[in-house]
Each structure stands twice: as structure tokens, then as C-alpha cells.
Design a binder for this molecule. Structure first.
Ligand code: AMP
Length: 402
């Protein structure tokens, strides 16, 4: 997939609108607890500033649902941006109100204006044409660097692109890197190629699993989703998370894996607990002997050994979804051990999904991964083989390629 390239735009001395993804987690005091998404956007912003552009930045934060909610203001983001860019960042009073439009119109080159939270505007998530038009009217160029939201047809991601021709819009460096990375993974991965899939439910990752099967050599299943497969195999899974309506689908996936010669690994033991809580009694049991009323909340030590053995010879690893309830220390060991193993391996390691990115960061091995995607839902949709609504308008049209 070839994207309209930022470096091909004639940006010098112009005004550029950059849609970023500054949807960062905050602690209870309103401090940014992880600024990876802000840092990831810096190279695109600096590139434009170095070309003497006036830069307008826009992002959403949280889910204020179309209303101005003080705690979702981008003020903390403006402050962090200021530190990272080492220059003044003006936070606009709104999004497309008269005062903000005037600030944007008068913005001198080398200056940075950050609009307030796009989702204060009800039209943002509705892909409202009027909002798109007003946002587009602020600048001569449009750049999308918000991979994390590019699977959404929202006004600042999708509608706005209609107001710029192919010489006036492009993918930012981050967006391009994400799309290229996943494209390579799905197109020509170095083999053997393994995918580790975890998380809560099969349903959330079903399409991705089905799409990945013909492309991978090995699949390792963990997390809550494992129990739907284990139940289908006739095991007693106690009170573990299960999706009964997907038992047949689980069977189809296992049959398809067999047909394709894909090695399909399921947990052989689990850490089971009596209640879903950190201070619950817990014990390690085999996957075939989970007691009634107990629930499997992590993969067990034998599974960790098995998965390590299976992952030993692979060259590419894609990981999406934790192996257990990693938010509770008691059920984080499986995920943590797999994270260390993946990080230490010499293969290309790609981590997708907000939870998995959070997990590898908590474990402290994020720097050892080849690539960590900034977008959970968006990366999953790429793995499902979909073209994202925010990316499609930024693809080089066929006629221009020839
Ligand atoms: P997902 O959003 O589908 O990737 O799921 C991530 C969530 O799955 C995390 O919050 C984990 O706590 C949860 N999870 C992982 N393993 C289990 C399990 N065995 N039972 C219940 N929830 C789980």
C-alpha cells in the first residue's frame, strides 16, 4: 500500500493541520502517565516546523461525548508538548469557534497552535461535513499522524480529507510507519512467523485470527479467550470466561489451522482462582482439571515453558493481547514471562494493542521490542485485512502511480 508521502508535499512556509493522537492515559491527579503517543508525533511536527510552517495540531482525549468536560481538556498535553518541542504551544480556547478560527488564521510561521479536544464537538464522531469543512478551512495542508484513531470515520480523520487534493494531504511519519510495518507483516514476514493472541474474548479478535491463519506458521493462544477453545475440546473449564456462542467458530479455527498445517498451541495449565480478585485463593491446575467454580486467570508455568519452546525457532513474532489478568500482580506472571522471552528473542517482535503495549511497558521491556503499535483497534483492523477509513483517502491513487 503506497501512501501520500509527507516529504513530497510542498510545505515550506505554509500552514499545516496535523491530526495527532494525543489520547494519553492520565493518573488521578490529571498527570499524563504515559506520553508515548505524544513523543511518537514529534518527528512529524518538527519536520513541518523545520520547513517554516505554521502548525495547527488537533486531537481527541477520552470520551467527553460531544460536550466540553474540563477534565478532558488538552491543557496537560499542551504543557507536555511544550517540553518536548522546546517551544511555546498555544492552546486554543475551542475547536472551530470564532476566536479559535481567528487564532488559526493569524498563526505566524514557526508557531504551534493546539486545538481543544476534538470530541468536545458532537460532530467529530459523526464525521459531520460542516465540522470537517471548518477544520479544513484552517490550513493549506492536511497531515494525518493519528494511527490510533484511523479506523474511525470521524470528521478530523475522514471527512476533512475531502477538502484537500492529493498534493495537499499526506500521512505523517508515524502513520506511515505503522501502516508499512503491518503491511510487511501481512505481506512478506520473515518465517517462521508466530502470532501470540490473548486478551479477554475470542469475539474481539475473531476476524483477525481468521485472517492471520493462512499467513502464519504458529499460533499461541492465551488469556480469557483460550477457554472457549478448551471448552470446545471437551475440557472442564470451571467458571472461566467463555463465549458459548463461539464454540463452533473455535472448532472451525482449529480445523482450519490443522488443514493449513499451522501449529495451534493452547494453554496446558492455568493459574485458577476462586474469585476475580487479587486476594483470591489461587492454585496452578492443568487445563483439563480446572475445578468447578474456579476460573483460569493466567497461563501456568508449564504453558510458559511450552510456549517458549515453540517460539524458540521463529523469526517474526506478532503479539496482541495479554496472557492473563495482568493488571493484578497475582495473575501477571504468565504475561510477564512471555514478555521477557519475546523481548530477549532475536526475532522481529511486533506488539499491537493498547493492553499489550501497556503490559510490555510495565514489565520494562518495551525498548527491546522491534515495534510497538500506538493503536489497539486500528492495528487489529489492519490485521483483519481492512483498509482503514482514515488511511484510504491518503493512498496514492492508481492513476498517479503509473
Ligand atoms: P482485550 O481488550 O480483549 O485485549 O483484553 C484485555 C483484557 O483481558 C485485560 O484487561 C485482561 O485483564 C483480560 N484477561 C486476560 N486474561 C483473562 C482471563 N483469563 N480471564 C478474564 N480476563 C482476562
Amino acid at each position: 500500500m503506497e501512501l501520500l508521502h509527507l516529504k513530497k508535499l510542498d510545505l515550506a512556509n505554509k500552514k499545516v493541520f496535523i491530526r495527532c493522537d494525543f489520547n494519553v492515559p492520565m493518573d488521578e491527579f490529571g498527570n499524563i502517565s504515559d506520553d508515548r503517543r505524544i513523543r511518537s508525533a514529534i518527528s512529524t511536527i518538527n519536520y513541518c516546523l523545520d520547513l517554516d510552517c505554521a502548525v495547527i495540531l488537533a486531537s481527541h482525549l477520552g470520551r467527553p461525548k460531544g460536550e466540553v468536560v474540563e477534565k478532558y481538556s488538552l491543557a496537560p498535553v499542551a504543557r507536555r508538548l511544550q517540553q518536548l518541542l522546546k517551544r511555546h504551544v498555544e492552546l486554543a480556547p475551542g475547536i472551530v469557534d470564532d476566536a479559535t478560527l481567528k487564532l488559526a488564521a493569524d498563526l505566524p510561521r514557526h508557531e504551534v497552535l493546539l486545538l481543544e479536544n476534538l470530541r468536545f464537538e458532537p460532530g467529530e464522531t459523526k464525521d459531520d461535513a460542516e465540522l470537517s469543512r471548518k477544520l479544513a478551512s484552517m490550513a493549506e495542508f492536511y497531515v494525518n499522524d493519528a494511527f490510533g484513531v484511523s479506523h474511525r470515520a470521524h470528521a478530523s480523520v475522514h471527512g476533512i480529507t475531502k477538502f484537500f487534493d492529493t498534493k495537499h494531504k499526506a500521512a505523517g511519519f508515524l502513520l506511515e510507519r505503522e501502516v508499512q510495518y503491518f503491511g510487511k507483516l501481512m505481506g512478506s514476514p520473515v518465517r517462521p512467523f508466530a502470532v501470540i493472541v490473548g486478551g479477554s474474548k475470542v469475539s474481539g479478535k475473531l476476524e483477525a485470527l481468521v485472517n492471520l491463519l493462512p499467513k502464519v506458521d504458529k499460533v499461541f493462544i492465551g488469556g480469557g479467550m483460550a477457554f472457549t477453545f478448551l471448552k470446545q475440546m471437551g475440557y472442564e473449564i470451571g467458571a472461566s470466561l467463555v463465549e458459548d456462542e463461539l464454540l463452533e467458530e473455535a472448532q472451525k479455527i482449529m480445523d482450519e489451522a490443522k488443514k493449513l498445517g499451522v501449529k495451534f498451541y493452547l494453554p496446558i495449565d492455568v493459574v485458577a482462582a476462586q474469585t476475580f480478585s487479587e486476594d483470591s485463593v489461587s492454585k496452578i491446575v492443568t487445563a483439563q482439571e480446572i475445578p468447578d467454580e474456579w476460573m483460569g486467570l493466567d497461563i501456568g508455568p508449564a504453558t510458559v515453558r511450552l510456549y517458549r519452546e515453540g517460539l524458540n525457532d521463529v523469526q517474526t513474532i506478532l503479539w496482541n493481547g495479554p496472557m492473563g489478568v495482568y493488571e493484578m500482580d497475582k495473575f501477571a506472571r504468565g504475561s510477564s514471562k512471555i514478555a521477557h522471552f519475546v523481548a530477549d528473542s532475536y526475532s522481529t517482535t511486533v506488539v499491537g494493542g493498547g493492553d499489550t503495549a501497556d503490559l510490555v511497558q510495565r514489565v520494562g521491556v518495551d525498548d527491546d521490542m522491534s515495534f510497538i503499535s500506538t493503536g489497539g483497534g486500528a492495528s487489529l483492523e489492519l490485521l483483519e485485512g481492512k483498509v482503514l477509513p482514515g488511511v484510504e483517502p491518503l493512498m496514492v491513487p492508481k492513476t498517479e502511480k503509473e
